[in-house]
Design a protein around this ligand. Structure first.
Ligand code: NDP
Ligand code: MG
Length: 395
């Protein structure tokens, strides 16, 4: 592609700029020099047009896109006279991904981010990947597309970013295990009976991180960790039995790599997504970031314990999905997205989410594999349809 920049500023596009990852990304960019240093070929949002417009003006973005086609007129009129091009709907979203850039931060939530991210991958951009559903659903097809595109895949999910930081060059053969840390979420110490009765509001209150609604609830159910196990498998090319999860309530150790000689390397920091985002933006260098420094004397202690998979069956489901292989990751994710929406809408209880996902995974356990990205979308649709029909029957 014609990846030649028009200025000597670094080009960074942001998918999902109006969300939690997007806002943190813009905060880091502002800290690292803002418009003097960075050019923004494209940014996207969906419902929060006001914020998208502010961000577009602030960064001098070339192209601002809302995923919602019904909001085009509103976005266009708010950007009138600024010289910033407006776009709306799925095609414009893909075009935003496809615009020439050096780095694309993939910060859309859910499988909706896959196509626009793949457009950037095909153009050879480096990808700062927060949108874990790309890897969970498309798996090896996504990593193969990265190899073809020629860009780097830089994990922004804090656990995977930590692993990326401590994986020693040329020592992949010596990796014994990857240990993903998990805060355990707000219901870490709840009984199953108490968990059955929790509301979306209490589930959304993450103890250590301030994140978008869906990932916060996924953290409470540990579906987020389930997605991260599958994400780790594809990112680091390891076997499912090499992936461990440990509850670490303080979220100071962001994850660890265990080597064949018994050494364990960890990356530590305060729980702040700007670490991982700043690392991806600055890679392969390190830049000074506006994050609090760890004060070990104040920390006093770090706790660890094994997760209880009876209360958090999402972890078992991730292992089953990895063992079955094929498109089970896409099925787990598609069913989970529908179950999560039903929980948010107050239609089902917290623990029912995992029951639905398990049932959909069993129903679609027919050995299907992905030959192309279209197979991923078709399976995602199947998983959603089966989940929706199970929900209707249980209503
Ligand atoms: P948010 O809900 O805060 O933001 C999501 C972004 O995507 C917003 O810009 C939103 O627009 C946009 N969006 C929502 N739905 C669609 C859609 N259907 N099509 C296109 N755009 C859409 O999510 P987060 O920032 O928390 O998470 C983003 C991704 O990063 C997720 O995959 C999450 O798992 C991952 N992640 C997030 C972390 C965090 O700290 N937040 C940590 C690690 C990973 P709008 O708001 O304008 O409607
Ligand atoms: Mg994470």
């Amino acid at each position: 592609m014609s990846n030649a920049p028009t200025t000597n500023r670094r080009r960074i596009s942001i998918l999902g700029a109006t969300g939690s990852i997007g806002c943190n990304t813009l905060d880091v960019m502002a800290h690292l020099g803002g418009r003097e240093v960075f050019e923004v070929p494209a940014i996207t949002g969906k419902g929060n047009i006001k914020r998208l417009v502010e961000q577009a003006k602030q960064t001098g973005a070339a192209f601002a896109v809302t995923a919602d086609p019904d909001r085009y007129a509103e976005l266009k009129s708010a950007l009138a006279g600024t010289g910033i091009e407006a776009g709306a709907g799925p095609t414009a979203l893909i075009e935003a991904g496809a615009r020439d850039t050096d780095l694309l931060i993939a910060g859309i939530v859910g499988i909706a981010g896959l196509e626009p991210t793949l457009a950037a991958v095909a153009g050879g951009a480096d990808i700062g990947l927060a949108n874990k559903e790309c890897l969970v659903s498309a798996g090896d097809l996504f990593t193969a597309a990265i190899t073809r595109g020629g860009g780097k895949l830089l994990p922004v999910d804090s656990e995977h970013n930590a692993i990326f930081q401590v994986l020693e060059e040329n020592q992949h053969h010596a990796v014994d295990r990857i240990i993903l840390t998990a805060s355990g979420g707000p219901f870490r110490d709840f009984t199953r009976a108490r968990m059955a009765a929790v509301t979306p509001e209490t589930a959304a209150a993450h103890p250590n991180y301030s994140m978008g609604l869906k990932i916060s609830i996924d953290s409470a159910s540990m579906f987020n960790k389930a997605l991260e196990m599958i994400e780790a498998r594809h990112l680091f090319g390891i076997r499912p039995d090499q992936i461990e999860v440990v509850i670490h309530p303080q979220s100071v150790i962001h994850s660890m790599v265990g080597y064949c000689d018994g050494s364990v390397l960890a990356q530590l920091g305060v729980p702040d997504m700007r670490h991982a985002i700043g690392y991806a933006i600055s890679h392969p260098r390190r830049a000074s970031l506006p994050v609090e420094r760890l004060d070990f004397a104040k920390l006093a202690r770090l706790d660890f314990f094994a997760p209880d998979e009876e209360r958090f069956p999402a972890l078992t489901l991730a292992r089953i999905a990895m063992q079955r292989g094929g498109l089970q990751g896409a099925i787990l994710n598609g069913a989970k997205e529908i179950a999560l929406e039903a929980f948010i809408a107050g239609r089902i209880g917290f623990l029912v989410m995992a029951d639905i996902v398990a049932a959909v995974m069993d129903r679609l356990d027919d050995g299907r594999v992905a030959r192309s990205i279209d197979d991923v979308y078709a399976t995602d649709r199947d998983a959603r349809a089966v989940a929706a029909s199970l929900l209707r029957k249980s209503a």
